[in-house]
Design a protein around this ligand. Structure first.
Ligand code: FAD
Length: 404
């Protein structure tokens, strides 16, 4: 019996670990396009970029772990095609590996900036460890950094750049950073946070082009301003790495479409992590979650499913961020248009609060900022309960959450 895992990110590495933990003693091949053993990406824009975490701290397992657990770790190996009818996967080296079950954990890739000059040296993206090294090398006192995109990655890099004393200009086409994810009230908290830390945040502003300028680059923004930059860091979103699955004829719905047991449309092929668009049994819709906790939990769930266990993946999406002294955790699923009210509980201006996204009186998502004594668990209970809530009582911090 051979289990092949394509993609050595968090989802793939956790799947390999789970196969062994569940007692499976057949062959496991982990095919990794990158040359590093599987690692977690959140430190790349936080502790590792800030210089407080060692490189090795990001690794899912020490490199010896794979041999110790008889996992055939193929680094620098890219799967180029898949043959579902023959149960074979082809690598760029020309090798074909036959599988009994296969997991696609190919993650996602940054969307490129589509303007003239975007291919100049010094226009950087952040997805892999070497990207973090490149960005770290250009952050420093007196440096000028332009960030394109006020999403999670852009904002975390802005915070890191300010930490090193670089001058930061951040361009965001929307009226607020994170506006689509968080709505105006909470998004304003992030805009204020960055401005207070000296970021020149330009909202409603896109990029016209990037040019060579002085010793480095210059970004011409949509208002016609020319901003000198030692480096431009682009964070304009990601797309799921579906090429191999798509070419093999698997059903694609934004990501690789899987059922609640993480099975794709092809026999014996599963998908997990950023690349998987999974039917969520509670939300009753297919969702693709581009977050750490989803890779952490879905990889193991897919492994159990591959072993023939009854698996229903029903975890609520969860994510977090750290920027300066702001820590945040968010749970649930509240895409734009799905909620009709945001209730704030606590001190928004003081950046210590909980927020709930309500649809028809029920909380479909909730978060907290810097409320670590309570953490995310009580918020999760409120969201998971699916109960109708009294919004006035919910907003009143003197009413305990359990009593709302
Ligand atoms: C800088 C950064 C910071 C982040 N911070 C947070 C955070 O604070 N909180 C949070 O919740 N989430 C965060 N995320 C998101 C989180 O890291 C991802 O959701 C997670 O990495 C997804 O894991 P994955 O295993 O599905 O995919 P990935 O981590 O993308 O791994 C997929 C792997 O598959 C490989 N691969 C792709 N195609 C092939 C192929 N054909 N053959 C072989 N290998 C292939 C890729 O090279 C890659 O190594 C962050 C992401 C980044 C980039």
């Amino acid at each position: 019996m051979t289990m092949v895992i394509v993609g050595g990110g968090l989802a793939g590495a956790k799947a390999a670990e789970t196969l062994r933990a569940e007692g499976y003693d057949g062959r496991v091949v982990l095919v990794c396009a990158e040359s590093e053993p599987p690692y977690e990406r959140p430190p790349l824009s936080k502790g590792y970029l800030l210089g407080s975490d060692e490189r090795e701290a990001a690794f899912v397992h020490p490199v010896e772990w794979y041999a110790q657990h008889d996992v055939d770790l193929r680094l620098g190996a890219r799967a180029t095609s898949l043959d579902p009818s023959m149960h074979g996967v082809d690598l760029a080296s020309g090798e074909r590996i036959r599988y009994d079950r296969l997991l696609l954990a190919t993650g996602s890739v940054p969307r490129p900036l589509d303007v003239p000059g975007a291919d100049l040296d010094g226009v950087l993206y952040l997805r892999e460890l070497p990207d973090a090294d490149r960005i770290k090398a250009v952050l420093g006192d007196g440096r000028q950094i332009v960030i394109v995109g006020g999403g999670w990655i852009g904002l975390e890099v802005a915070a890191a750049a300010r930490h090193y004393g670089a001058a930061v200009t951040a361009l965001e086409v929307a009226d607020l950073p994170l506006q689509r994810v968080l709505g105006d009230d909470v998004a304003t908290v992030f805009a204020d946070l960055h401005r207070e830390h000296g970021v020149d945040l330009r909202l409603g502003t896109g990029v016209e082009r990037v040019e060579r300028g002085g010793d480095g680059l210059a970004v011409v923004d949509s208002a016609g301003d020319r901003i000198d930059a030692d480096a431009v860091v682009v964070g304009v979103g990601i797309r799921p790495a579906v090429e191999v699955a798509e070419a093999a004829g698997l059903a694609i719905e934004d990501g690789v479409a899987v059922d609640a047991s993480l099975r794709t449309s092809a026999p014996d092929i599963y998908a997990a992590g950023d690349v998987a668009a999974a039917m969520h049994p509670v939300l009753r819709t297919r969702i693709r979650v581009e977050h750490w906790a989803n890779a952490l939990n879905q990889g193991p769930a897919a492994a159990r499913s591959m072993l023939g266990q009854d698996v229903v993946y029903d975890e609520l999406p969860f994510f977090y961020t750290d920027q300066y002294d702001l820590g945040m955790e968010y749970i649930g699923h509240a895409p734009p248009g799905a909620y009709d009210r945001v209730v704030i509980r606590g001190d928004l201006a003081g950046r210590e609060f909980q927020a709930f996204w309500l649809a028809d009186g029920r909380a479909i998502a909730g978060m907290h900022v810097n409320m670590w004594d309570d953490g995310i668990d009580p918020i999760k209970s409120v969201v998971a309960s699916g109960r109708k809530l009294d919004a006035e009582r919910l907003a009143d911090r003197t009413v305990p959450l359990e009593a709302v």
